[in-house]
Design a binder for this molecule. Sequence first.
Ligand code: CMC
Length: 431
Amino acid sequence: MAEPTRTAKLTIDDKVIDLPIYSGTIGPDVLDIRKLYAQSDMFTYDPGFTSTAACDSAITYIDGDKGELLHRGYPIDQLAEKSHYLEVCYLLLYGELPTLVQMKDFEGRITRHTMVHEQMHNFFRGFRRDAHPMATMVGVVGALSAFYHDSTDINDPWQREVAAIRLIAKLPTIAAMAYKYSIGQPFVYPKNSLDYAANFLHMCFAVPCEDYVVNPILAKAMDRIMTLHADHEQNASTSTVRLAGSSGANPFACIAAGIACLWGPAHGGANQACLEMLREIGTVDRIPEYIRKAKDKDDPFRLMGFGHRVYKNFDPRAKVMKESADEVLGLLGVENNPTLQVAKELERIALEDDYFVSKKLYPNVDFYSGIILDAMGFPTSMFTPIFALSRTVGWISQWKEMIGDPTQKIGRPRQLYTGSAFRNYVDTHHR
Ligand code: CMC
């Protein structure tokens, strides 16, 4: 960390405490409160971490007011338009865009790790057929540490690198296997002649009894969805991965923790919840009823795919996703898809409504992604697994950055205790 740029003074009763202030390259400065407890016997209090920077990072930057998302400085709209998923993976992992030689080498390394240990097939077979693919993925990804012992030593940079490559390469295979298992079809092995996104579609939709040719339009759309989900700064699942990793847990266990966190409907589970909501609304005339429900304080219903902790202008990923939805559905000849019509009208009405405007609630990345995935033929239960496989590179890049930092220590938040003060144990007869 650089030297402090200035110092803030905090007065508690009659004691003045100096708090160093650090500046990043861009974004808000941070107040360094690490010595606060020692100096004041007080903790800071920030449930939900709305004002807390938990680490320094050089990977991803978000300006929520401008609606800007940068990976290693490059804006997401440029990456979505001009780059492709594996190149973005390289950028996130290593910090720079690759040369042609570096890209070829990286693609080769990923491609050679796409298969999973054959014994893992038996592991899958232990799950119920009707298990949600996310449930299967949490278990199987955690189990990778039981199959790949030679890349679990976090103190060995070579093992960390191999674990990163294995995770990026194997996650699509695992997600596709979870899907195939849930529909009772045989697993489809990865095909190394296909690119990353096309290979995933092949593993999901091919069957052994006939040839399956991947539609290049769908492969491109899949690649873009993956690119848009690749990383997103210190969101809940990334922070989960960092916290799990801060104890020294192996990378497979940490990514399994990230997948578990992502599953929630306030986070990656929102894409499934959003499409289910759009289908439930069904027709444009029912939108006002759902807007009313979303605004009603006594109703727990929220417009899924709307709102974001950081973006208070628009989510730049949602913009690209909306364009992509139009493009893909147009190319597939299903532009009159009723769900897309409901989504567009819902967006239009919500963006004119004072409740959503005043609270700065805009469509997020999950609002349109489900419509594209649905048009591609994925069931809603696969939406969050696709988010998970795409985000794996972000998680592992953030994990590698943390483990490589010599000042890293175990994450251990404190609390404002509101329970009973000391009391003596009372035995059963006297309660
Ligand atoms: N529908 C209706 N009202 C909302 C919504 C919504 N989707 N989102 C926030 N609000 C209201 C909320 O009730 C609160 O109102 P008040 O100030 O009167 O209490 C205000 O807006 C601020 O909301 P918050 O819950 O304090 O904000 P947060 O930053 O803690 O939550 C969020 C962010 C994304 C969890 C939330 O907006 C939400 O639940 N959205 C729906 C789920 C969703 O789409 N999640 C995907 C997020 S993007 C992808 C990802 O991260 O995985």
